[in-house]
Design a binder for this molecule. Structure first.
Ligand code: FE2
Length: 256
């Protein structure tokens, strides 16, 4: 006998903005019900799709009622269920995420570790920084925030002071790991840019939401700077020159 999927937790954070909370390893999924169109921010894992469909049904929606899916970045715990929505919903991601998804760059997306059963799909829309998504009741502005990985975006709702952060920053200012395609210095720069926003709350891809966004992001800026300094000390302590010399010798040989 098939066990029915476990009931997800649905929280209405603001009028028509819902957090669908599935627990590890899936990311949270956010649903923004616009006046005419519905947007999902991330989809969670493919394995989690039955629970996503159940959540949408509780909100009187089916997968076909999702008009747009915006992916905060290319990691498989955030994107796996897209394959079930592809062909119906428009799937949007930053070009540096969309490219890796299209080419199935699993070194970056980590599919085998995070969502082994996920099927391939493509982003329909390559979402540049500065794009605004107008939903009538909310406007979502795309901010490119590389660091955790190269294709990270945050979505800023300027009127209400809301920010969907993906894995860029978590409650209490907790930092993400710097994964393949990521960069600590890009992370510092992205967090500094976020610290200038007027925010009431931020909504991360995992864990609780932040009701003290300014303090949390400023802490993240300081901690990311400290991480950069630590990485310089580590770089200095390691015997990196010998490794670089080996690479350069190899390059010289190929040019002969
Ligand atoms: Fe991630």
């Amino acid at each position: 006998m098939n066990t029915p999927p476990e009931k997800p937790r649905i929280v209405e954070l603001r009028p028509s903005i819902f957090q669908l909370n599935f627990g590890w390893p899936s990311s949270h999924v956010y649903l923004v019900k616009g006046r005419a169109k519905n947007v999902l921010i991330d989809t969670g894992t493919a394995a989690n799709f039955p629970r996503l469909a159940l959540s949408l049904a509780e909100l009187d929606l089916g997968p076909r009622d999702i008009h747009l899916v915006v992916l905060t970045h290319e990691h498989s715990d955030h994107i796996g269920a897209c394959a079930y929505l592809f062909g119906n919903s428009v799937i949007a991601a930053h070009p540096l995420a969309a490219n890796k998804i299209e080419l199935q760059d699993e070194f970056v997306t980590m599919r085998p570790y995070l969502d082994a059963d996920a099927r391939p799909f493509q982003a329909d829309l390559w979402l540049e920084a500065g794009t605004s998504i107008e939903l009538g009741n909310y406007r979502l502005r795309v901010l490119h925030t590389p660091g955790h990985c190269s294709g990270c975006v945050c979505l800023h709702e300027p009127e209400q002071g809301l920010l969907f952060t993906g894995d860029t920053v978590f409650v209490g200012g907790a930092l993400s790991g710097i994964f393949v395609s990521g960069s600590i210095s890009d992370y510092v720069h992205s967090l500094q840019a976020l610290s200038s926003l007027r925010l009431e709350e931020f909504y991360p891809g995992h864990g609780p939401i932040s009701k003290t966004p300014r303090e949390d992001i400023l802490k993240a800026v300081n901690d990311s700077r400290a991480l950069l300094e630590d990485s310089k000390i580590l770089f200095g302590a390691l015997d990196t020159k010998r490794a670089f010399d080996r690479i350069l010798t190899g390059v010289r040989r190929t040019k002969k």
